[in-house]
Design a protein around this ligand. Structure first.
Ligand code: HEM
Length: 330
């Protein structure tokens, strides 16, 4: 079958998402016209101060959407009636960005109380953290604050969950030692294709991972570049210790959103076992090669997959609530 041009694929995904009548692009157009600019300027400030924050906000959104859907359940602290997701294996000591979301929520509660959901704040923040726009307000005159990534239509109107689930976070979020079948199964469980899975994994073009998550990869794996291994072992000893030491997921441009993550996989320089699993003789090798040579194809597939991710399990209408404090149910 002939391959559709990337812009048509993006259009198709966007139209499919718009067909979900519940979410819409201009949802806060009259109820909170300053909502989007408030998120954008707060995210831009955070990324200017700490470029890794762009990566952390993208990951926070992924970890929200994969557990109960995009309902801001990831932001809830533990309560007597449930154990939240923050303490779950894939999140504890590793998820970042909660304070940035708190700051945005504080501002939005001042200008339009009980209007903008925490789930939508996460969706817009993830977009603004990676997209290639220049902030031009009185505060940020022409500063290219974000990380150079592709843009997509962020549909809005999600409401916030009143519960969270540590056990779903443990079962549904894929781990760093996953093999290709595990990854395909985890994404398929959410209705996402293998193309979506590979494109979204390209989120690892930015950000860092801790030694405890790549130790197995640099001591046990054989499909890894020798020079790359040697450069990592000093900071991540085999016998344990230094568990929190960080290494970039995409060593060639860790703070820039591009396709070099995929070129790294072709050179057997994937940092996590799960990264290299995408290019290790399996069914996704061809797509990894395509993305490595075609940044536009990666960008448009990533954007289309982000729209799909944002539609997972959303609460609308009478479901859920608009939290006042993103960390607690009202
Ligand atoms: C395919 C399965 C995936 C696995 C197994 C996985 C696993 C991981 C792990 C273990 C880390 C490092 C955490 C740490 O050491 O603290 C990480 C970081 C990260 N992940 Fe993933 N991830 C996956 C998919 C995704 C997706 C779909 C996205 C976004 C669309 C994403 C975005 C990120 C980002 C941006 C970071 C860096 C965060 C930072 O520096 O704060 N990941 N991931």
């Amino acid at each position: 079958m002939a391959r559709l041009p990337p812009f048509l694929l993006l259009l198709a995904a966007t139209c499919a998402a718009v067909a979900n009548a519940q979410l819409s692009e201009n949802y806060y157009g009259s109820s909170c016209p300053a909502a989007l600019l408030t998120v954008r300027t707060t995210v831009a400030t955070a990324v200017l101060l700490d470029r890794r924050m762009g990566a952390s906000l993208l990951r926070l959104y992924f970890h929200d959407c994969f557990v109960q859907g995009c309902d801001a359940s990831v932001l809830l602290d533990d309560t007597p009636s449930f154990t939240g997701e923050k303490g779950a294996g894939p999140n504890a000591g590793s998820l970042r960005g909660f304070e940035v979301i708190d700051r945005i929520k504080l501002l939005l509660e001042l200008i339009c109380p009980r209007t903008v959901s925490c789930a939508d704040i996460l969706a817009v923040a993830a977009h603004d953290a990676v997209v290639d726009v220049t902030i031009s307000t009185t505060c940020f005159v022409g500063l290219p604050a974000q990380l150079g990534g592709p843009s997509w239509t962020v549909l809005l109107g999600r409401r916030d969950a009143t519960t969270a689930s540590a056990s779903l976070a443990n079962s549904d979020l894929p781990g760093p030692n996953s093999n290709l079948n595990d990854l395909l199964a985890a994404f398929s469980k959410k209705g996402l294709s293998s193309t979506d899975m590979v494109a979204l994994s390209g989120g690892h073009t930015i950000g860092r991972a801790q030694c405890q998550n790549y130790r197995n990869r640099i001591y046990a794996d054989t499909d890894i570049d020798g020079t790359f291994t040697a450069s990592l072992r000093g900071d991540c000893p085999q016998g344990g210790g230094n568990d929190g030491n960080l290494a970039p997921l995409d060593a060639s441009s860790p703070d820039y959103f591009d396709n070099s993550y995929f070129s790294g996989l072709l050179s057997h320089r994937g940092l996590l076992h799960s990264d290299q699993a995408l290019y290790d003789g399996g069914s996704t090798d061809g797509l990894v090669s395509s993305y490595a040579s075609n940044n536009d194809q990666f960008g448009s597939d990533f954007a289309a997959a982000m729209v799909k991710l944002g539609n997972l399990g959303v609460l609308t209408g009478a479901y859920g609530e608009i939290r006042v404090n993103c960390r607690a149910v009202n």
